[in-house]
Structure formats: C-alpha cells, structure tokens
Design a protein around this ligand. Structure first.
Ligand SMILES: [Zn+2]
Ligand SMILES: [Zn+2]
Length: 371
C-alpha cells in the first residue's frame, strides 16, 4: 500500500499537470476514504483542459486544483458507523465501490422534493484549500475522501474496474437523462456523438425498449463500438458532411418522420439545432454533453411550438441512477464490450493521456493508479 497520496495538479489551460503529494485523509464519522484504482478522462475534463466556455478554470492558478471525477476504487478506511453501502449491502475495507463524486445536501428545497440532482450544494465538496483536510477533492489521485452524503455502492465481482470506472459520471448521467425523456418501447432514438456517454446511451436506449437507435460520429472505432453497444444504424460524419445531409439521413431511416428522441453528447452547442431538426413532431431533445457555460445556440422557436417539441437537460444524477448503473454493468458483463470504452495510461502520463484523447487518437482514456 502506498503511504503517500499522489495527485495531479491542474493550473490553467495550456499548462501541463504536475504530480504532487498530499496526506491520505482520515475518514470522519459516517464517511470513508477510498483508494482510487482508476479515473477516466471525461469529456468535461477535456473542456476545462482546453479552456472551453467560462467555468472550470482553477480558482487560483498559482496553487492549482485537483480535477477528475469519473473513477472507481476500493474502501481504504471506513469512518465510524459505516457498515453498509447505500443499498444496505455489508461494506468492509477492501471492498470495491462506485461512488457519487459530488454530495447533495439532502435537506434543501430541491433535495427534499426528490430532485437531489438539482441541489445547489452538490459540488461544494469539490472545493477547498489543498492544505486543509480532506486535501484531495478529485479522482486524479491515489486517495479520495467520500463524505456521508455521497452515495456509495459495492461493485459485484463480475464487473471489472475498467467497466465500472465510467459508472459514476457517463453511465449514471445517461441513465438519468434517458429516464428524464422517458425513452421506452417503440421510440426511435438518435445519439449525437459516440464518446463514452454516446456508446452508453446506445445500450441504455435499447435496454429501455427503443425500437431503433441511430448513432452519429466521425471516427470509425467510435462508430464500431456504438454498433457493438446496440446502435442499429450508424451515420458517419465523413459521408454526410453537412447538417442538412445528416438530418436527411435520419429522416430516411424513420419513414420520413424524424426521431422521437435526440440526445446531444457531442459537447458543442453548434450541433443542437441540427439535432432539433432531426426530431419528429412531438419529439424530445435531451441535452447532456455541454458541462460548461458561456456558449449559445440558435434555433427557430416557431418550429418548436409548431411541432410540439420538448427540450430537457440533465447535469449530475441522483443516487438511484448510480445504483442502476452498477446493476446495468453486472447484467451486461460478458454481453456488451464494456471494457472497450477506455484505453489505459498510468497517472504519471496524465499529460500524454489528455493530448492523445484531444487529438482523437483514443476514444476515452483511463488513468490507472493501482492494479
Ligand atoms: Zn464527467
Ligand atoms: Zn440539497
């Protein structure tokens, strides 16, 4: 067991991460310290790395922040009173876990109305001085403290670390999103973008009963993975170069009508109007892919009203969605190519991992801290 807590410090766009060492946090009552085994580089990590939008810049570039949120690990130390996970299963040191990377307060107006995903306090656990307990507040590190309000689920033995690392952001987010727009039997669904969120969305849409899933991307390996995860039809950017051609391709596949649901997981605002134009009358548009503020899209609101469209958005998710994510992975281990969503890099190569993912050389990277 390492005695130190290595973490990757990020300062500002254009400056490489630096590895620094921090104390391993002692768990307080009701919480626990996790040994992080791997952390994926999520699309939102790429956005702040590149400096997209206005948010996610280090508050103080002279000191740095520890980013990273999509990851997994095992229980290093339990705080007083913790004996089970959030489903009531016994929990002990060494058990592998999936955890919420943010912490809804549980008592605000939205939390008490059953909308913990809209809690304003959720992300306060990710902020604080590096020299004050619990020191590290992101998963690009060896150890992370989990507060009592952060949902934790034990990971079944048949689910690999590689597969479960994406559960606490991409997968849970997609599960919450497709539930929000009520994807169900007979729906025709378009997924704009086949990164981690997109390929999970293909699988979850099919599980929920979608009649047809159409996946759109411009990279061959991402399209192939989308097909393996359940997409029925692929639209390759390289063959349909403008938005008009892609909208036509969707209409051609849907009896000239358009899709019932379109999901934005590209991460850029300029695809939204194109996606809205792919909808059938009465269709639902789901925005998930843009986690930063400061960009805008244009659309024709008269078309929204004339065609009775609905636009929904989700950021973060509730505890139940994380539980469903772990259950989905256990149900589909050995059935879907869940381990193929990421490519591994050691933590020390974090800068290379970001550069390779930004350059499109790899689909989604996973930083490995421990076997
Ligand atoms: Zn994420
Ligand atoms: Zn709250």
């Amino acid at each position: 067991m390492t005695a130190t807590n290595r973490a990757a410090l990020w300062f500002e766009p254009g400056r490489p991460f630096e590895i620094a060492e921090f104390p391993i946090p002692e768990p307080a009552a009701g919480g626990m310290t996790a040994r992080i085994t791997r952390s994926n580089i999520c699309g939102s990590d790429l956005h702040y790395y590149r400096g997209d939008g206005k948010r996610n810049r280090a508050a103080d570039p002279s000191r740095g922040v520890i980013q990273g949120h999509e990851g997994t690990g095992y229980v290093h130390a339990l705080g007083d009173g913790v004996v089970t996970d959030w489903s009531g299963a016994p929990l002990a040191e060494g058990d592998r876990i999936a955890f919420q990377y943010f912490c809804p307060c549980g008592r605000c107006r939205n939390c008490t109305r059953g909308m913990s995903e809209a809690c304003r306090q959720s992300f306060s656990v990710r902020q604080g001085p590096l020299d004050e307990w619990p020191y590290v507040r992101g998963t690009f590190a060896d150890y992370l403290y989990l507060h009592p309000g952060q949902a934790v689920y034990r990971v079944p033995d048949n689910v690999s670390d590689t597969a479960v690392a994406g559960a606490n952001c991409a997968l849970a987010q997609v599960i919450m999103g497709l539930e929000r727009v009520n994807v169900g039997l007979g729906d025709r669904v378009v997924i704009q973008g086949c990164g981690g969120l997109g390929v999970y969305a293909c699988a979850i849409a099919k599980e929920r009963g979608a009649e047809m899933v159409i996946a759109i991307d411009g990279l061959a390996d991402r399209l192939a993975l989308a097909a393996a995860m359940g997409a029925d039809h692929l639209i390759d950017f390289r063959q349909h170069e403008d938005g008009r051609a892609r909208v036509r391709a969707v209409k051609d596949l849907t009896d000239g009508l358009g899709a019932d649901v379109v999901v934005e997981v590209v991460g850029f605002a300029d695809v939204i109007d194109e996606g809205l134009r792919m909808l059938d009358w009465g269709g639902r548009y789901l925005e998930i892919g843009i986690p930063y503020t400061g960009t805008h899209f244009q659309c024709d609101p008269g078309r929204l009203t004339a065609q009775n469209h609905r636009i929904e958005a989700v950021g973060s998710y509730d505890a139940r969605s994380l539980r469903h994510a772990v259950e989905f992975l256990a149900r589909n281990a050995g059935v879907l190519p869940l381990d193929d969503v990421v490519v591994d890099y050691p933590l020390e190569q974090i800068n290379q991992a970001f550069e390779d993912q930004l350059a499109g050389k790899v689909k989604r990277t996973s930083l490995v801290m421990a076997p």
